[in-house]
Design a protein around this ligand. Structure first.
Ligand SMILES: [Zn+2]
Length: 340
């Protein structure tokens, strides 16, 4: 099969095209023909060596596809089933609801081969079946776990958001942001989205976001305060991390919550601790999604509550390298999905 392989750490040139053996599903595994593989900012962090991988490795952790072969002992899935994957595999005895935190987890595209390929073999229990009736194309379920599920977990499980609350979404024009704004709307929240780009602002408005703030060097907290009668928002979905965290802490109301879901800057960050204490801000991490979060995410895509915003590219090394460069430059609109 054709695959893109990461051979070392460095620039996009460490990604090369290879012809390798199609994997054979072991016991409990199924072979999935890749319909879509999302290109994630995390892939660029792994490529640059900020996150270590077992090299050489096939990158890519955002997978949807069709089961084409079933290994021994698999009764839950059949040939022809459409599935979306978690971004990791977990030991079968992992505690239900805490799959994302289990010891022994293997991250796709890092600890084991991912989906920049035509086929991937995975344990059946890391996959969620997609029902026959669906509003979204199969390849768009590739980012059900890493984007839609992540937003769902952050808002529902971590922030415990209740209908009518206001949420601020940072990095709103990126893949995670565009979809988390929609998840928040689907949960009945008022959404204020912040972005640096006028172009991305227009996309956000077309998706029904309540307020879009385009900001420059002065930050966004003043504008957010104005939009909330000087109070600040109930929740911040912090998708960017370091570069926006200070502004987020200034934008949240007293007693509000800031949920950290992503971080584009791997260096240590400075945080004004007094702000956190004086406002009794809850600052919580949220790590991707669990099986139940993924199930919810698949539901949100299937019933049309979340409209996938993405661009398809072929499984070609030139296109994939270019996708990495676009993500690193913050220029990708929505998700870029490899559709072999
Ligand atoms: Zn991802």
């Amino acid at each position: 099969m054709k695959a893109i392989v990461q051979t070392g750490y460095g620039g996009p040139e460490v990604l090369v095209e290879r012809d390798i053996d199609t994997p054979t599903p072991g016991e409990g595994e199924v072979l999935v023909r890749v319909a879509g593989c999302g290109v994630c900012y995390r892939d660029t962090l792994v490529r640059r060596g900020h996150m270590r991988a077992r090299l050489p490795v096939i990158p890519g952790h955002e997978l949807a596809g069709q089961v084409v072969e079933v290994g021994e002992g698999v009764e839950e899935l059949n040939k022809g089933d459409n599935v979306a994957s978690l971004i990791y595999t977990f030991p079968k005895n992992c505690k239900r609801g805490e799959e994302n935190l289990c010891r022994g987890n293997q991250w796709l595209g890092e600890d084991r081969d991912g989906c920049y390929a035509e086929y991937v073999s995975l344990p059946h229990w890391s996959l969620v079946k997609i029902g026959a009736h669906s509003e979204a194309p199969l390849e768009s379920y590739s980012f059900a776990a890493c984007i839609v599920g992540t937003a769902y977990r952050a808002l529902k499980q971590r922030a415990k958001a209740v209908e009518g609350e206001t949420v601020l979404v940072t990095g709103a024009g990126g893949g995670l942001g565009l979809h988390s704004a929609q998840v928040a709307r689907a949960l009945g929240l008022r959404v204020i989205a912040v972005t640096r780009s006028e172009e991305k602002a227009r996309i956000l408005e077309s998706l029904g976001v309540d307020n879009v703030v385009v900001y420059g060097s002065g930050g966004f907290s003043q504008e957010v305060k104005k939009l909330t009668d000087g109070e600040g928002v109930d929740i911040v979905l912090e998708n960017v991390g370091g570069p926006t965290l200070d502004q987020s802490l200034r934008s949240v109301r007293k007693g509000g919550r800031v949920i950290l879901t992503g971080n584009v800057d791997p260096r240590p960050q400075q945080v004004l601790l007094g702000l956190v204490i004086l406002k009794e801000t809850g600052v919580l991490g949220s790590l991707n999604s669990t099986l139940s979060d993924l199930q919810e995410a698949v539901g949100l895509l299937s019933n049309g509550a979340v409209k996938p915003v993405y661009k398809r590219i072929p499984l070609s090394v030139d296109e994939v390298r270019q996708a990495h460069s676009l993500l690193e430059a913050g220029k990708a609109q929505g998700r870029i999905v490899i559709a072999p």
